[in-house]
Design a protein around this ligand. Structure first.
Ligand code: VGL
Ligand code: ZN
Length: 198
């Protein structure tokens, strides 16, 4: 079965020095580049927000970054502004090998809805189109790496597993934000969804 590597959000703003830096985020870039050679297909995802995005604490007067708010679609963490369309922070890490990517899925560009998963926005119903892309191409054996382990990687992997794809997460090639224990919660949720943590 053809193996597909999905590289989640390896972007400047999620690496040290970025607006929503994940500790050690840059350490996974070279390993990911090397492992691309072991896969038949490579797909990249890119967090891609307008400046007025509703997930940014700045757009909620008085709100602190990393606090929780209620959106029409459910609870939402308010983040420091990050991955703003047209800014350097939204670009892929400069050392990431993007040449093998057969497609790039952008997510989070609707001001009113955040999107952690590469498949569905946080309302659990607005699709990005990735499911159809993978099904059309018969790509069913998926390996996730990237940033952040406990948000976009976990939500993407869980959505993939729920849709019937075979899913593994290569944990050495991820790094977590780990907000209030979110890394262990994400690992538990992934295991319960039938995902192999490797
Ligand atoms: C992410 C928080 C906000 C991620 C994206 O890529 O994990 N986390 N936007
Ligand atoms: Zn984001």
């Amino acid at each position: 079965m053809a193996r597909t590597l999905i590289v989640v959000d390896v972007q400047v703003d999620f690496c040290p020095g970025g607006k929503l830096a994940v500790a050690g985020g840059d350490e996974i870039v070279e390993p990911i580049n090397r492992m691309m050679a072991d896969f038949d297909h490579v797909i990249l995802t890119q967090d891609w927000h307008p400046a007025n995005h509703s997930s940014f604490a700045d757009n909620h007067p008085g709100a602190m970054p990393f606090s929780l708010t209620q959106m029409p679609y459910g609870p939402q963490v308010l983040w420091p502004a990050h991955c703003v369309i047209g800014t350097p922070g939204a670009l892929f890490h400069p050392d990431l090998d993007v040449n093998r990517a057969e497609t790039v899925i952008r997510k989070g560009f609707r001001p009113a809805i955040d999107s952690y998963s590469a498949f569905y926005e946080n309302d659990y119903s607005t699709p990005t189109g990735l499911t159809g892309y993978l099904r059309d191409r018969f790509l069913e054996d998926l390996y996730f790496v990237g940033l952040a382990h406990d948000f976009c990687v976990a939500w993407s992997a869980i959505d993939a597993a729920r849709q019937g794809f075979r899913v593994s997460v290569i944990e050495d090639a991820t790094r977590a934000i780990d907000l209030n224990g979110s890394r262990e919660v994400a690992r538990q949720n992934m295991r319960e969804a039938g995902i192999s943590l490797i």
